[in-house]
Design a protein around this ligand. Structure first.
Ligand SMILES: Cc1cc2nc3c(=O)[nH]c(=O)nc-3n(C[C@H](O)[C@H](O)[C@H](O)COP(=O)(O)OP(=O)(O)OC[C@H]3O[C@@H](n4cnc5c(N)ncnc54)[C@H](O)[C@@H]3O)c2cc1C
Length: 240
């Protein structure tokens, strides 16, 4: 294919969700953008395809970022910036754990409901459970109160410091901390600590002691705030 690259301010390679959000953000600011994709459909690991009338997700199907307030609703905001919207179906339960010793826990969108269910399986740890997940929520509140670009880049955090000093100070405190240490501060039961390891593993592919508290704060709270919302028509509908 021949094209005049002078015509574009930016050329993005790959129409995965990362490339598409980048392209839409640049286009919303007036840049002329070309997105090049080597596959036949957009979306990458977050796309979907049809076979014999059925829609299959390529990968992602539990989708964060479709909340309606704050700053962590990245997909809602990216679509809005280019005057688009994606209709979604809220998922009342994010995950259902079926673990040994009859430990069956559903992670409901409703925070209190989830905390109560977990507490009823570990009644002696009721206070610790609440303190751990409330601490995650306090990290999330800092994240959700400032425009989110990179949460792991100290120079970015420095730039937004003057905009949201309290949130930044709140976040900076958690940068070197991992979720496992915070959990161990409040919780003693080894089986419950193992459950928190599994929770972390589902999202960071690491046990709690290797999961940064910033990540844990994000995923253990946004599921109860913005929630998990499935694009109507298929996991990759937002890419189209
Ligand atoms: C099985 C699976 C399940 C998942 N489940 C979830 C989930 O439930 N919830 C969640 O939030 N996340 C989930 N994820 C993660 C999420 O899907 C990815 O993090 C996200 O989609 C990555 O987006 P990306 O744009 O960075 O990369 P990709 O989706 O990999 O997109 C890259 C794109 O670039 C294209 N490309 C590559 N090289 C070239 C080239 N040279 N020229 C042109 N095009 C090129 C590729 O074809 C692709 O379309 C899952 C991932 C997988 C694989």
């Amino acid at each position: 294919m021949k094209f005049n690259k002078e015509k574009f301010d930016a050329i993005i390679i790959g129409a995965g969700i990362g490339g598409l959000v980048t392209a839409s953000q640049l286009a919303a600011k007036g840049a002329r953008v070309l997105v090049l994709e080597k596959y036949i459909i957009p979306g990458g690991s977050g796309g979907s395809f049809k076979r014999k009338g059925y829609t299959f997700d390529v990968g992602a199907s539990m989708i964060f970022g479709f909340g309606d307030k704050g700053y962590t609703n990245l997909l809602t905001r990216a679509l809005k910036d280019v005057n688009e919207k994606c209709e979604t179906i809220p998922d009342p339960v994010q995950l259902e754990y079926h673990l040994p010793h009859n430990l069956n826990i559903s992670v409901d969108k409703n925070y209190e409901q989830f905390i109560n269910k977990l507490s009823s399986s570990f009644p002696k740890e009721k206070k610790g459970i609440k303190k751990f997940y409330d601490t995650c929520a306090s990290v999330f509140t800092c994240l959700d109160s400032m425009p989110l670009l990179s949460i792991e880049d100290p120079s970015y955090l420095f730039k937004v410091f003057f905009k949201s000093p309290l949130s930044c100070l709140g976040l900076a405190r958690w940068l070197p901390v991992n979720a496992g240490d915070v959990a161990r501060k409040f919780i003693k039961d080894p089986e419950l600590l193992k459950f928190i390891d599994i929770e972390c593993f589902c999202w960071s592919v690491m046990p709690a002691l290797k999961t940064p508290m910033i990540n844990a704060g994000m995923v253990f709270t946004d599921r109860h705030v913005g929630g998990i919302n499935y694009p109507k028509g298929g996991g990759g509908d937002h890419s189209k």
